[in-house]
Every structure is written in structure tokens, then in C-alpha cells.
Design a protein around this ligand. Structure first.
Ligand SMILES: Cc1ncc(COP(=O)(O)O)c(C=O)c1O
Length: 374
């Protein structure tokens, strides 16, 4: 069996993008709100049924950085001022970097068996103004509980839905529940523009700040006068062209994923494995698009990871506990992280692609079974 990589990007052929890209090169309109970027945002608005036009970015981390900056500005803080942000430690470093690079302080909180933020584990929230919820592996927490918690503690909420494009809670996307959120369109994601990101908000003030921030903060072009210090993070035209082609096939992408997810669940949720590993809890009202298929072993994962790699299957020890990474160690406040600590060396992300060649899923299942029944 040839190598099964951790991701297999779903991309259009050169023939599909040739005419649009040739036209874009011919006109010289390659960025700065160019035709396909505008069209892509319109099509994404139709897809997401969101009130405001979603705003494309060069990547998910810059979309998140900009959304945090926009919320911070709305709350009345200037760039050099600070407050605390409740966030799971169990995420990608990019989530926490976007907080810290906004001169804000993460306060690390635990996750539950859904691998998403467990607000019942939060302690003293004095100094906290914002919470960043993460859609790890495309999974979502109970959004009603998040809203109630935020209201009770007077916190603003945003979602880092980088891995969770098209995931739903009670049949609706996160933005349709009134939350501002970002998505990543990186090549590793189920829907991609090679590199790219998106910010979606129903809040007109935040929308206005985001529009400025992604274009240096400029509100006029003659002098380039700025009303806010923004970091350029516009999506280039070629990414939007790829995104438009992929969006035409989104129903097909989701249908294929759901077929593969059903296969994976049938194998990994078999009760015979419960003495060896557990799978991520997905609540009944959540539709999770599974960016990777995480399993939590009952043992430390090094030997299992080596076994999978030896059988040509690339797996990742992903996500991790960011509070333990070199830069973040002992730097910021943490609540009780016992669940995160207990899974961080046992979790393994197994590849699940949109399009899997004949026998690839079966090879993964056989290799897992071989390890646990040897
Ligand atoms: C939770 C989370 N946040 C942020 C990002 C950053 O997205 P991007 O790679 O598009 O910058 C990722 C990327 O994987 C992610 O998983």
C-alpha cells in the first residue's frame, strides 16, 4: 500500500482554473478586492446564510488575529492595552498566538470528551473579557451552554472554527447562532483555497473594523490614511479562483466525507476497542465534519504512532496542550487542566480524506486492528 498522508487536499484541475487565472493575469487585477475575491465572498454568503458578507483573509490565523483585534477595539481597548482571554489549551498554537500577538493574555481552560472547551472547568474569571472557543477536529461544544456561560459572566465570545467549516449545531452553522467566527481554508482543511481564511460576524461594528484591519486599517486610498493599525491580510485572486471551483463541489465534498465518516465510526466505535482506545464525543445536535479522526489511546501513543508510520500511514499527535509548548510553559494563568493533561500524550489524529482510494480506509482499519490484537 502506498503512503497514506495525513492530508490529501481536494483541488481543482489546472483546466478548471486556467481560463479564470489567465484572465486575472491579463487584467493585472490579482489582489485588493479583485473580481473573484468579491464573487467568492458573495457565494460564501449564500452558502453560510449569514447576515453580513463574510470577509476573506490570506489565512485562518490572520482572520483570527484580526477578529480578536476587532473585538478588542469594540470593547474600547487600544492596541497597547490588555485583558485576559479564556481559551482551551487543547488547540493549535495558532489560536493562542493570535491572542498573544494582540497583546492579550490567554487563560488556559480544560476541554471535555468532545475535545472542545469545558466551561464548567473555568475558575475565577476576574480580568477575563473574551472567550475563544475552538472547533477542534470540526467538533463543536453545546452552543447554548456557551451562550449562557458568556452571558452569566459578561464575556464576549468568538469561535476559532478553523477546522470546522460546514460543521453545524442544531442544523445551523456557528455564525447563524449569533457568534462571530473564523474558518481556515488551508490546503489541509476539508474545504480549501490552498492558503486562506474567512471571518464571519453579524455585528456591523466588528464587520467594519475587520474590513479596515485586513487592508492596513486604511479608510481611504489617496493618502492611505488609517483609522486603526491593521496587518495586511487580504486573500489573493488565485486563492479565490480555487475556492470558487471547490465551492461548486461542496455538496459532493460533504457527501463523500459523510460516507467516509460513517465507515470510520463503524470501525472505531466497535465495543471491542474500548479496552484500547476511545473516540471523540460528538453531541447528538452536532454535525461534525471530522478534520482527522482522533482517537485517545489507553496508553502513551509513541509505540502506536511508530506502528502506523511503519505501515505507511502518516498520523499526528495532534492537537496538543499549548500551555506546555516551549514559549507558553509557565507563562500564563491556567485553570485545572487535568483532562487535557491526561490525553495530551495519548491522542492520535488518524487521516480521513474526502476522496479515499480503494482499500485505503481498510488498510488503516487493518493496521489499527493488527496493533491491538497482536
Ligand atoms: C484551531 C486552529 N486555529 C487556527 C489555525 C490556523 O489556520 P491557518 O493554517 O489557515 O492559518 C488552525 C490551522 O490548522 C487551527 O487548527
Amino acid at each position: 500500500m502506498k503512503q497514506i498522508n495525513i492530508v490529501k487536499p481536494f483541488l481543482p484541475s489546472i483546466d478548471e482554473v486556467y481560463a479564470d487565472f489567465a484572465k486575472c493575469l491579463g487584467t493585472g487585477m490579482v489582489t485588493n478586492g479583485s473580481a473573484n475575491v468579491r464573487l467568492f465572498e458573495e457565494k460564501l454568503q449564500e452558502f453560510l446564510h449569514c447576515r453580513n458578507k463574510p470577509l476573506t483573509f490570506c489565512n485562518g490565523e490572520m482572520a483570527l488575529f484580526s477578529l480578536i483585534q476587532a473585538v478588542k477595539t469594540k470593547l474600547g481597548y487600544d492596541a497597547h492595552q490588555s485583558f485576559d482571554v479564556l481559551v482551551p489549551s487543547f488547540t493549535f498554537s495558532g489560536t493562542i498566538n493570535a491572542i498573544v500577538m494582540n497583546n492579550l493574555r490567554p487563560v488556559f481552560c480544560d476541554v471535555d470528551a468532545s475535545l472542545t472547551l469545558d466551561t464548567t472547568r473555568a475558575g475565577d474569571l476576574s480580568g477575563v473579557r473574551l472567550m475563544v472557543v475552538v472547533g477542534a477536529y470540526g467538533n463543536l461544544p453545546d452552543l447554548d451552554a456557551i451562550a449562557a456561560f458568556a452571558q452569566a459572566h459578561n464575556l464576549h465570545v468568538i469561535f476559532d472554527s478553523a477546522p470546522a467549516f460546514a460543521s453545524k449545531f442544531r442544523s445551523e452553522y456557528v455564525c447563524n447562532h449569533g457568534f462571530s467566527e473564523i474558518y481556515s481554508f488551508h490546503a489541509s482543511k476539508i474545504f480549501n483555497t490552498m492558503e486562506g481564511g474567512l471571518a464571519v460576524t453579524n455585528d456591523d461594528e466588528i464587520q467594519n473594523y475587520l474590513t479596515l484591519i485586513r487592508d492596513f486599517g486604511q479608510y481611504e486610498k489617496v493618502r492611505g490614511n488609517v483609522s486603526i493599525p491593521g496587518l495586511n491580510s487580504k486573500m489573493p485572486e488565485i486563492a479565490a479562483i480555487v475556492g470558487l471551483k471547490n465551492l461548486e463541489k461542496i455538496d459532493y465534498i460533504l457527501q463523500k466525507r459523510h460516507e467516509n465518516i460513517a465507515k470510520y465510526k463503524a470501525f472505531f466505535n466497535d465495543p471491542r476497542w474500548s479496552q484500547h482506545f476511545s473516540t471523540m464525543l460528538v453531541r447528538n445536535n452536532v454535525q461534525c465534519n471530522y478534520l482527522y479522526f482522533p482517537i485517545v489511546l489507553n496508553e502513551e501513543a509513541t509505540a502506536f504512532v511508530a506502528h502506523m508510520q511503519a505501515h505507511n500511514i502518516t498520523v499526528r499527535r495532534y492537537y496538543t496542550a499549548v500551555h506546555g509548548l516551549d514559549y507558553y510553559k509557565d507563562k500564563y494563568r491556567s485553570f485545572d487542566l487535568s483532562y487535557t493533561e491526561s490525553i495530551k500524550d495519548r491522542i492520535v489524529a488518524i487521516p480521513i480524506h474526502t476522496i479515499m482510494d480503494d482499500g485505503e480506509a481498510e488498510h488503516i482499519f487493518e493496521t489499527v486492528a493488527k496493533y491491538f490484537t497482536a
